[in-house]
Ligand binder design. Structure first.
Ligand SMILES: Cc1ncc(COP(=O)(O)O)c(C=O)c1O
Length: 388
C-alpha cells in the first residue's frame, strides 16, 4: 500500500480539501468584474486578519519577496536598521537589508530564546540622534520554534521614531497580531502557513508612517513598488498578472478562518503545541526552545544523543508516512521540527507522536511505546473537560 502522507512541517502546510476544490475552478479574466469582486473581498478580509485599517498589499512571491518589498519600499541606501534576530529568518531579514545597501546592526539572541524587550528599549535609548530608521523583528522564528512577544517589543520600541517591522510569515492567522493597536508600521506574511493555501503569495501591510517613509525612499524598485500595488488595489486589481487560482484558494481559506473564528484558531494552536511538547517530553526527549518562549505552531526537539537526525526524519517519512522538518544552518542534525500550523488537528498530532515512538524504537532509542501519545491525549482530554 502507498503511504498515507502526513505533512507536519511548518510550511508549506496541509491544504484543506475545500481550498483545493476552490483552486480547481476554471480560469477567469484577471481584468474582469468577477476577479475584481473577489480581490476586493479578499483584500478587505485580509485587513481584518491583520487587525489594521490600512491596506494589505498582495505580492505573488514567496514570503522572502515581501521581506524584500518591505526593505525597498521603506528605506534608502545607507540608512541604518536594527534587526533583532533569534534565528535563521531574522538573519535573512538582516541579509536582505545589507544586500540593499542599508547599514545593518544585528542584535543576536541565543538560539532557543526570545528577544528581550528591555534589551531593545536600552539599545534604542542610546540612539539619541535617531540614527536607527527601522527595527525589524520576527514574530515566530520557525527555525527554532520560538515566538517573540511582539506586543512587548513594540512597546519597548515606544516613541523612538524608527519604523517597527514584523516578519509574521509563520505567525499571522495562528498567533495573535494587532497591527494597529500595537503600533506596528509594517507586517509581512506568506500564504503557505496559517493561511492554508499553497506557497506563492505574500503580503505586506503598511501604516501611515510606513507610507510616509515610502515617499522618502530612494531605493530602486519596480515589481516591489508598493504604490503601484496600492494604485491597482484601489481599482480591485493587481498591476501584473496574479496567480488567480491561488486567490480562489485564499478566498475559500479566509472563509474557513472566519467560520472557525480567530480566537478558536489561536486556542487550537496553543493546545496542539501543548500536546506536542507534552508528548515528546514524555518520550524523554528535550525541547529546544525555552519553555516560556515555545511556539504554538512549531516545536523544535533536540535529536537524542547517538541518533542521526537526518536518518530519523527519513525513517519517519519513508517508513511511517510523517514528514517532519530538520534543523537549519547550524542546527542541522541537532534538532528536528514538528509543524502544527494551519489545517492541523489533534489526530495529526497523535499520529505523529505514535510514529515517532516507533521510529525511535527502531533506532534503538529507549522509549515507552504509547507514552508520548498518552501524554498528548491527556492534554486534549483536559481541554475538552474545561470546555464543558
Ligand atoms: C518566519 C519566516 N520568515 C520568512 C520565511 C520565508 O518565507 P518563504 O520561504 O516563503 O520565502 C519563512 C519561511 O519559512 C518563515 O518561517
Amino acid at each position: 500500500m502507498q503511504q498515507k502522507a502526513y505533512l507536519m512541517v511548518p510550511g508549506p502546510t496541509p491544504v484543506p480539501e475545500r481550498v483545493q476544490a476552490a483552486m480547481h475552478r476554471p480560469m477567469i479574466n484577471h481584468r474582469g468584474p468577477s476577479y475584481e469582486a473577489m480581490f476586493r473581498d479578499i483584500s478587505a478580509r485580509l485587513k481584518t486578519l491583520f487587525h489594521t485599517d490600512h491596506d494589505v498589499l498582495t505580492y505573488p512571491c514567496a514570503g522572502t519577496g515581501a521581506m524584500e518589498a518591505a526593505i525597498v519600499n521603506l528605506f534608502s541606501p545607507g540608512e541604518k536598521v536594527l534587526v533583532v534576530t533569534i534565528g535563521v529568518f531574522g538573519d535573512r531579514f538582516a541579509e536582505i537589508a545589507a544586500a540593499h545597501g542599508l547599514q545593518v546592526e544585528v542584535m543576536t539572541v541565543k538560539r532557543g530564546a526570545a528577544a528581550c524587550p528591555s534589551a531593545l528599549a536600552a539599545r534604542l535609548a542610546e540612539d539619541e540622534g535617531g540614527e536607527i530608521k527601522g527595527v525589524v523583528v520576527t514574530h515566530n522564528e520557525t527555525s527554532t520554534g520560538v515566538t517573540n512577544d511582539v506586543r512587548a517589543l513594540a512597546k519597548a520600541k515606544g516613541k523612538h521614531p524608527a519604523l517597527f517591522i514584523v516578519d509574521a510569515v509563520s505567525a499571522l492567522g495562528a498567533i495573535p497580531m494587532r497591527m494597529d493597536e500595537w503600533g506596528i508600521d509594517a507586517v509581512v506574511t506568506g500564504s503557505q502557513k496559517a493561511l492554508m493555501i499553497p506557497p506563492g503569495l505574500a503580503f505586506l501591510a503598511m501604516n501611515g508612517r510606513a507610507w510616509a517613509a515610502y515617499e522618502q525612499s530612494a531605493m530602486p524598485k519596480y515589481y516591489w513598488d508598493a504604490k503601484k500595488i496600492k494604485k491597482s488595489l484601489d481599482k480591485g486589481q493587481n498591476p501584473y498578472t496574479p496567480p488567480v487560482s491561488l486567490l480562489f484558494g485564499l478566498q475559500e481559506s479566509l472563509a474557513m478562518i472566519e467560520e472557525e473564528g480567530e480566537e478558536a484558531i489561536v486556542a487550537r494552536h496553543v493546545l496542539l503545541g501543548q500536546a506536542v511538547r507534552a508528548g515528546v517530553q514524555a518520550l524523554g526527549l528535550q525541547l529546544f526552545a525555552e519553555p516560556e518562549a515555545a511556539s504554538s505552531v512549531v516545536t523544535a526537539v533536540c535529536v537524542p544523543d547517538g541518533v542521526d537526525g537526518k536518518a530519523l526524519q527519513k525513517k519517519m517519512r519513508d517508513a511511517f508516512g510523517v514528514t517532519m522538518a530538520g534543523g537549519q544552518k547550524e542546527l542541522e542534525g541537532k534538532i528536528f521540527r514538528i509543524g502544527h500550523l494551519g489545517h492541523v488537528a489533534p489526530a495529526d498530532v497523535l499520529v505523529t507522536l505514535a510514529m515517532l515512538e516507533m521510529a525511535l524504537t527502531e533506532m534503538a532509542v529507549k522509549v515507552q511505546l504509547g507514552a508520548g501519545v498518552a501524554a498528548a491525549q491527556q492534554v486534549f482530554l483536559a481541554a475538552r473537560r474545561e470546555e464543558k
